[in-house]
Design a protein around this ligand. Sequence first.
Ligand code: GLU
Length: 405
Amino acid sequence: MKGTPALAERMGKILTSGTLQVALDADRLRRQGVDVVDLGAGEPDFPTPVHVKAAAIAGIESNFTKYTPAAGIAELKQAVCDRYQQDYGVRYDTSEVIVTAGGKQAIFNAMEVLLNPGDEAVTHTPCWPSIPEQVKLAGAKPVLVHAHAEDGFEVAADAIIGALTPRTKVIILNTPCNPTGALISEEALAAIGEEAARRGIWILVDLCYERLIYDKVPHNVCRILSERARDLAVMAGSASKAYAMTGWRCGWAIGPAPVIAACGVLQSHSTSNVCSITQRAALAALTGPQAPVKEMLEEYRVRRDRLHEWLSQDPRLTCRKPGGAFYLFLNVVGALEATGIRTSAEFARTLLDDARLALTPGEAFEAPGFIRISYATSMDRLREGATRLLEFVRRRERTAVATGA
Ligand code: GLU
């Protein structure tokens, strides 16, 4: 017996998703009957809008339950084009759209299709955990450009451009950013788009939180990129956050037809089509009334402001109000010093064990010293979570002082 053969080498290079791990840990405790406050995963607590659910039910009842084209049904691809034309004034054809299992698969496909082993992909941190891991899965090297809390985590064009080398194949941007909620300015985007076009570098933009921007600020990513670098820009979007449809798994990529066609080939050999029922639901979401998106955004705004106000009681927990998405990205360096806890990862672990509060540590986003709090949950749970966090810091501080730690 030779024993079990090793797994593929690529599996030794990547870690499990830090965001999904927190959800898993919280779920394990919940199933044990523990009253855990879960402000970990970024997942709207709102139900999927009624008309979207009705479209899915009608899909089942009319037996719309077979394979669809791997890249998605024509009506849904057209609905994506129409939505972007209406919202951002850009014109795309259905040959430039693919329907994917969430924004995650749209980004994954694009990386597989665009990156070769040895290529570099420049992106910014703090970043969503799957971005560097997907770059590594494609055999390429993530090059991380740091955005800073002092600048509101705004991504500077010169920092991105300064990181480009002859090996750079793709620039990956995320705006509004998960986990910081920061928006990339239109000026920075234009400068990055122009430089990418000059050098012939792909741009991949994660726009999953695009519909969740609180203030009326100029942020027309699609128009800027389609004007400056149309042949090079791939944009990933999602129904998950805007329409409270995380579990349905529906996203899309919009980009140059040859890239989208290649994503379709890849998908035809991996997952095939997104669930037919989900596609009917997403069609209703994109073409139906958009009022629910606005209503949810307004509720997120109230939650953001309240949570920020509550946490501001402790000067060791600092953050700015984010411009988009539904996360507070809290600097906990002061709290670590006060409590004697060494890292934000340990802070999050202890918080879950001691206070039954699930938050995602900055380490998951390449940003140690921070904690991400998702406020896509009810005001009551947020209040309870904030109380547990504030009490935890005070309690641990007293213990640290008493033991001289
Ligand atoms: N995107 C959400 C988050 O950041 C869901 C988990 C994931 O897919 O990473 O929490």
